[in-house]
Design a protein around this ligand. Sequence first.
Ligand SMILES: Cc1cc2nc3c(=O)[nH]c(=O)nc-3n(C[C@H](O)[C@H](O)[C@H](O)COP(=O)(O)OP(=O)(O)OC[C@H]3O[C@@H](n4cnc5c(N)ncnc54)[C@H](O)[C@@H]3O)c2cc1C
Length: 381
Amino acid sequence: MSTDFLTGLRAEARAHADLLRPGALDLDRDPGRARDPVLPWRRFAGLPAEYNPDPLRVRGRTAPLDTCVQQVVAFEELARADAAAALALPGPSMSGFVIGDLAGEAQRRRYWEVVGGEGAWTFFGMTEPSAGSGPAGMSTTLGPDGDGFRLTGTKRYIGNGARARIGVVFARRHAGPLGVVATLVDTARDGFTAVPLPTTGLRGLELSELRLAGVRLDAGDLLGRGRSATRQGMWAATRTFHRYRPVVAALALGVAQAGFDLVTGVRRNPGGPARAVLDDWRQRLLGTRALVLAAARTADHDPSDGTLASAAKLRATRLAEDVTTGAVRLLGPGANWEHPLLDKLVRDARGFEFMEGTGNIQRLTLAAGYLRGRLTDVRAA
Ligand SMILES: Cc1cc2nc3c(=O)[nH]c(=O)nc-3n(C[C@H](O)[C@H](O)[C@H](O)COP(=O)(O)OP(=O)(O)OC[C@H]3O[C@@H](n4cnc5c(N)ncnc54)[C@H](O)[C@@H]3O)c2cc1C
């Protein structure tokens, strides 16, 4: 993809981001406002062409946002206005990757007709209250029930869960790592309830708890049917993480950039130590942007390799925290009161640490990738 095209895409996304900025604090106060998106969301949802009558256009060409590279460029700009609003847009989000990897034709149609047709929110249900996002302790089960199944358990910290129409729930069918399967669940089914959780950062995303009280599923709801045991739930989940982590990194980068914009807007001619801090941030923003783009290129080329994705998420998350908390120090006592947007940025930046795996998990992935020699050719990525 040419640099020229990506520059045009960035400019388009920036123009759209201007629509999000004025409502950022209102959405933070009242996440319910996301139900009425101010953005033409189809342009940013990465919908398949046949379900998207209104794709983003860049210099006369369609930008379908169906690659990680296009997504990181566009979502950084949206996050520079409001990361929570970007995450709260209707669309496939993470569950779309699982559909792409595991769904049969009928399931694909069922999913995209809901998501593309009516404009629905979706969810990706992995994390659990007692087991976190690690599959080893997953306690949500998919048990047999006559000619079908029953889905039982609780998922927590699920983005857009309480407003979603359809989503993917990971559940255990057998013991062991290969016993986790992915299921396609309509939220209108009996036994499904979702409640929003009180949160501090990224409030517009409406993190939710999903309660699955024996939700009845049939064979048509099982994703990955007929595939080998090694190409089931955890395989698709891992590939999803590797492709979505660069996007999370881009969102964190957008928050860092927003913090930098805010400080430089208030302190136009900083001297001495403040200037040195801003110069350092400027360099780190540039370096992190290059790393996020390299990670996105790798994810598009080989979703089984998450090494750079982890590096990008680690670096961008740290930068977002450093810039937003550093901005409070630079602007002095009362900064959070004087600049409510800065207060929101500080809170939002913290959310990225936990989203898609903590820093320690990224370090482990990065170390494993390094030991396998996956970081030798980063410049070519
Ligand atoms: C904004 C946001 C959106 C989210 N959206 C979703 C979603 O849509 N769907 C979903 O399923 N989940 C979602 N989550 C949940 C998120 O993915 C998990 O909270 C995250 O992956 C952390 O996993 P965990 O809770 O299992 O924590 P753990 O992995 O248990 O970590 C707990 C602590 O232990 C440390 N730790 C864990 N393992 C190790 C190790 N091996 N070595 C060293 N330290 C370790 C961690 O660094 C951390 O400090 C979201 C979370 C947030 C904050």
